[in-house]
Design a protein around this ligand. Structure first.
Ligand code: FES
Ligand SMILES: [Fe+2]
Length: 338
């Protein structure tokens, strides 16, 4: 049997996923979210965030049609109230003191947290931490506000693309790609538990030339430090010499089999020092991302194979081979538990 890793893989329940930006949430909710193909209600109760399955156990009305009432979500249909643990604590139709049926319960997400302006959810007890972004709290880094995007691809495919070091002179010929820099030099990949990292040096177009679409452009060498945290969150730190450091985070919400929401963070030293604006960074990264997306959405199967024989790998692909190993480990873990 051929094994693939897609957005519905049960192993993803054991990891953190971003599901919303704080700024897109209007009020305490409940807000509808979709994760690993299932619908949930996200709400900020007086006691904090909670995520419950969306269908009320009474007549399956969507809890998202209800309202937050103190420490509970109250269903809009018959007024049943559910606390942060998913326990029904009030059924108005049977009156105070009546026995609440034991099945009047919803299994809550194991963990919900707020970090980097995002709400994160782990459906089952997470095996790895939310990715670290130390630059988020550093004054010398400025940020761009990046709109959330929905891609017709799996999160594993998107991480695969963001980690890929051989595609710049082809996919990104319209932006950063240097057509003369096609050979990938030797680099090592270091695995550390549920994470791995690699440092890659390559030639890129000067940002200003790339942004203006100039055909007569200058190139320079840049150092790219990649890190991937399971299951498929990618950190890319780019050193531009005197132009400073740029950190890009590509954080994925596996929505359903064909759709992934991408939450990107852009943190740059030259935003904080005024040499480039947050908008310039945003416009440029959106254009680079558009090139990736256009290619990736053409892949018919929305999954990454985790059996080594299906694709052809070369030494330039070490980093994306490691991604497949991590995904295979996630899959093995859930197979062991089954
Ligand atoms: S369907 Fe929710 S209370 Fe009846
Ligand atoms: Fe790319």
């Amino acid at each position: 049997m051929t094994r693939w890793f897609d957005n519905l893989h049960p192993g993803l329940r054991r990891f953190w996923h971003p599901v919303a930006t704080i700024r897109e949430l209007d009020g305490d909710g409940p807000h509808p979210i979709r994760l690993l193909g299932d619908d949930y209600a996200l709400a900020r109760l007086d006691s904090g965030w909670t995520v419950l399955p969306a269908a009320c156990p009474h007549r399956l009305a969507p809890l998202n049609a209800g309202a937050v009432d103190g420490n509970c979500i109250r269903c809009a249909y018959h007024g049943w109230s559910f606390d942060a643990d998913g326990q029904c604590v009030d059924i108005p139709a049977i009156g105070d003191g009546a026995t609440i049926p034991p099945t009047a319960h919803l299994e809550p997400a194991a963990e919900v947290a707020e970090r980097y302006g995002l709400v994160w959810v782990a459906l089952d007890e997470p095996l790895a931490a939310i990715p670290e972004v130390p630059e988020w709290d550093m004054d010398r880094f400025g940020r761009s506000d990046v709109p959330t995007q929905s891609w017709n691809a799996s999160a594993a495919q998107m991480a695969d693309n963001f980690l890929d070091v051989a595609h710049f002179p082809f996919t990104h010929i319209g932006t950063i790609g240097d057509p003369a820099d096609t050979t990938v030099g030797y680099y090592e990949v270091e695995r550390d538990g549920w994470s791995f990292s690699a440092v890659h040096h390559h030639s890129s177009k000067v940002l200003a030339d790339a942004a203006s679409g100039a055909t007569d452009f200058e190139t320079f060498d840049r150092t790219m430090s990649f890190r991937c945290d399971a299951p498929h969150h990618v950190r890319l730190q780019i050193e531009y010499g005197t132009a400073g450091v740029l950190v890009l985070m590509f954080l994925h919400q596996p929505v359903d089999a064909d759709t992934t929401r991408l939450f990107s963070l852009i943190l740059a030293e030259n935003i904080a020092d005024g040499r480039m604006t947050a908008q310039q960074h945003l416009d440029f990264q959106l254009e680079v991302g558009r090139e990736d997306r256009e290619l990736l959405e053409q892949l018919v199967v929305k999954a990454v194979p985790i059996d080594p024989g299906i694709e052809t790998h070369t030494r330039s692909d070490r980093i994306t081979v490691e991604l497949r190993r991590v995904l295979a480990d996630v899959a093995a873990l859930t197979e062991e538990e089954a």
